[in-house]
Design a protein around this ligand. Structure first.
Ligand code: 13P
Ligand code: SF4
Length: 351
């Protein structure tokens, strides 16, 4: 997952040759190992410098989600959650938005700011929540249940097609507020995340019908894995994302979006926190709050949780997309216009 692994295969690969005797004299690690480390470091410096050059040439802005690898977070102009990224995408003066996140996030940027060229490092970076609610299935469901006259609240982790079928969009950062705005006489259908939807029902007391989608990363945290880490670090508050299951949310001291995790840990007097979300968040927290300690909430299987989609992006791919302006987000204008309505409603309701 780390940058070091991928740096050796990028388009800008430059070899720095250091000879074996030099290493031997200084009693350094074996040449092969040190050669790899130094080559990688010099390459990453070159690659970052060239990304910055391209960014300037293209008048681009680099937006990155909190789950991106450290190297991408460090080169980005803005790192944040889905809500913050949507505002940044809408308000930027840049000509090009290089969106380092997953596909639905870049698509959202294009929907709210269609004049811009929106590129993403890897067009195949999807999302299990988006997959769990295909547009045609939602369309058929709404048709079948016309009598319910649903007000559809869609979590932003969904396709443009699903957004176009919805009345309002929400993120984990504003879901409670958005649902509180929905007219009281309407039945709500919440798609696609059943865990986030259940959490919003707990917070608002508003009944909703829930689409049964889930994030494959967050459901890996279990009651047992969190109980174990709490035993090990009894003084560390547990901070969990609302995409986690009910059993895990019950054990958390705070349930919130990734951006609110930064605010919570900043203002809380504790020195250590258990963070129950995707692993990239740890870098963001350690960078913002270097004097505090962040412990990765474990799953039953491993010490930290990586989203394979978020981790498809690398510095090389970011460099390439800035260089070639491909892959680029394109969508039919009629679909974009339809999807823009619930997104703008969200931005307005969460101000
Ligand atoms: P945030 O909006 O809280 O960053 O969440 C996005 C996401 O994909 C969580 O899995
Ligand atoms: Fe989707 Fe889960 Fe990855 Fe977030 S962490 S992008 S919800 S698969």
């Amino acid at each position: 997952m780390t940058y070091c692994k991928t740096a050796g295969s990028g388009p800008n690969r430059k070899s720095t040759t250091l000879t074996a005797p030099l290493f031997a004299r200084r009693g350094a690690p074996p040449p092969s190992l040190l050669h790899l480390t130094m080559t990688t470091t010099l390459e990453s410096v070159d690659l970052v410098a060239d990304i910055l050059r391209l960014k300037k040439e293209r008048n681009a802005v680099i937006l990155a989600h909190n789950y991106q690898i450290k190297a991408i977070q460090d080169v980005a102009d803005y790192v944040g959650d889905s809500l913050g990224l949507s505002y940044q995408a809408k308000e930027t003066d840049a000509d090009v938005i290089a969106f380092c996140g997953v596909h639905f996030m870049a698509e959202t940027a294009k929907i709210v700011n269609p004049e811009k060229i929106v590129v993403l490092p890897d067009k195949d970076a999807g999302c299990s929540l988006e997959e769990s609610c295909p547009g045609p299935e939602l369309e058929a469901f709404l048709e079948k249940h016309r009598d319910k006259n649903y007000y559809v609240v869609a979590y932003i982790n969904c396709s443009g097609h699903v957004k176009a079928l919805s009345d309002v969009i929400c993120t984990s950062g504003n879901a409670v507020r958005i649902v509180e705005h929905v007219p009281a006489d309407r039945n709500i259908l919440f798609v696609p995340d059943a865990n986030l939807g259940a959490w919003v029902m707990e917070q608002t007391g508003r009944k909703m019908d829930l689409w049964q989608g889930a994030c494959y990363v967050h459901v890996e945290f279990t009651r047992d894995s969190i109980l174990k880490i709490k035993e090990e670090f009894p003084d560390a508050p547990v901070v969990a994302h609302p995409e986690c299951t009910f059993a895990v949310r019950l054990l958390a001291d705070e349930v919130c979006s990734t951006e609110k995790m930064v605010q919570y840990c900043r203002s809380h007097p504790a020195q250590s926190f258990v963070i129950v979300t995707e692993s990239g968040m740890l870098h963001r927290l350690r960078r913002e709050l270097p004097h505090k300690t962040f412990i990765a909430g474990p799953t039953d299987r491993c010490a930290c949780a990586d989203c394979r989609f978020m981790k498809m992006n690398t510095l090389e791919k970011l460099h390439r997309c800035l260089d070639t302006l491909q892959p680029r987000l394109e969508m039919p204008e009629s679909l974009r216009q339809r999807a823009e309505i619930p997104l703008l409603r969200m931005l307005e309701w969460s101000r």
